[in-house]
Design a protein around this ligand. Structure first.
Ligand code: ZN
Length: 274
């Protein structure tokens, strides 16, 4: 599943191809995504895009700013990707939405499982129902240690599902939550409200660190963005616990355990994480 770093890399990858160009038209080949492609998308034509800042991201939503405060909202769902293609390149089976650009290139939305979305809105984006309840972006100052401490007070929920809750902070997907908790030495089942302030503060730092490292690595895939197979893949940073059940902890001699917590596979070291 594309996580926040992959989505950020996608934004960085498509931005130079959209900035200062026009979307001349959009072909919807299959509009049955998680939510139907907005009717307006079928009719958009000759839309000039700003030369700066026309592509942004909120949580895992890719936002393309159009004139008159309109936006296209794209989510990659479980298996989606966007890539820049030449029109000569043969369409793939799951290329569902084709954005024709004034440069002559195309941006193709590809999504085999169709859990993503391509929506249109002229609402203020921060007030859009998909965005309005979201917690802060993890890499901004809004996600401060004080904020996480305040949000964790008296909470009986286990810390892992707590930090994976989009209302608390966005972007801490399963892999990143497992890794950040390992780096902070916190057991995934520990009650959020019973973790000391310095440990929560450390956790806030490790969430940012693991996401930032992944985004930095993603940057190295950008040069391939225009190739047909150039979908940004999963970033192969060295993982300490995720998907390492039974393997030796990289810090001690224990073996990594797997449990199900909040319906998600959860990996941790029983000795390093308390
Ligand atoms: Zn260990």
């Amino acid at each position: 599943m594309p996580e926040l770093p992959e989505v950020e890399t996608t934004c960085q990858g498509i931005s130079p191809h959209l900035s200062g160009r026009k979307i001349t038209s959009i072909d919807v080949r299959n509009g049955s995504l998680r939510w139907p492609v907005s009717d307006e998308i079928y009719h958009l034509k000759n839309l000039p895009l700003a030369s700066e800042g026309c592509v942004s991201r909120r949580a895992k939503y890719i936002l393309i700013q159009l004139p008159k405060s309109q936006h296209i909202i794209i989510h990659l769902g479980m298996s989606g990707s966007l890539r820049i293609s030449s029109p000569d390149e043969e369409l793939k089976k799951h290329d569902h939405v084709i954005f024709h650009l004034s440069s002559g290139l195309q941006m193709r939305y590809h999504d085999p499982r169709r859990f993503g979305c391509v929506l249109w809105t002229d609402q203020k984006i921060s007030q859009h129902p998909l965005m309005s309840k979201l917690g802060p972006e993890p890499l901004t100052d809004d996600f401060s240690a004080e904020y996480l401490i305040e949000k964790s007070k008296l909470r009986k929920k286990a810390i892992k599902p707590h930090i994976m809750d989009n209302h608390i902070v966005v972007g801490a997907g399963n892999i990143y939550a497992c890794e950040a908790l390992f780096m902070a030495g916190i057991h995934p089942k520990r009650e959020a409200g019973k973790i000391s302030n310095p440990r929560l503060s450390k956790l806030r730092d490790t969430i940012r660190e693991v996401l930032q490292r992944s985004i930095d690595q993603g940057g190295t895939t950008l040069k391939d963005f225009i190739q047909s197979d150039g979908q940004p893949g999963y970033f192969k940073q060295q993982l300490n616990v995720y998907d390492r059940e039974g393997k030796q902890c990289r810090k001690c001699d224990s073996s990594i355990k797997r449990i199900i917590l909040g319906q998600r596979s959860t990996f941790y070291c029983p000795k390093c994480q308390k």
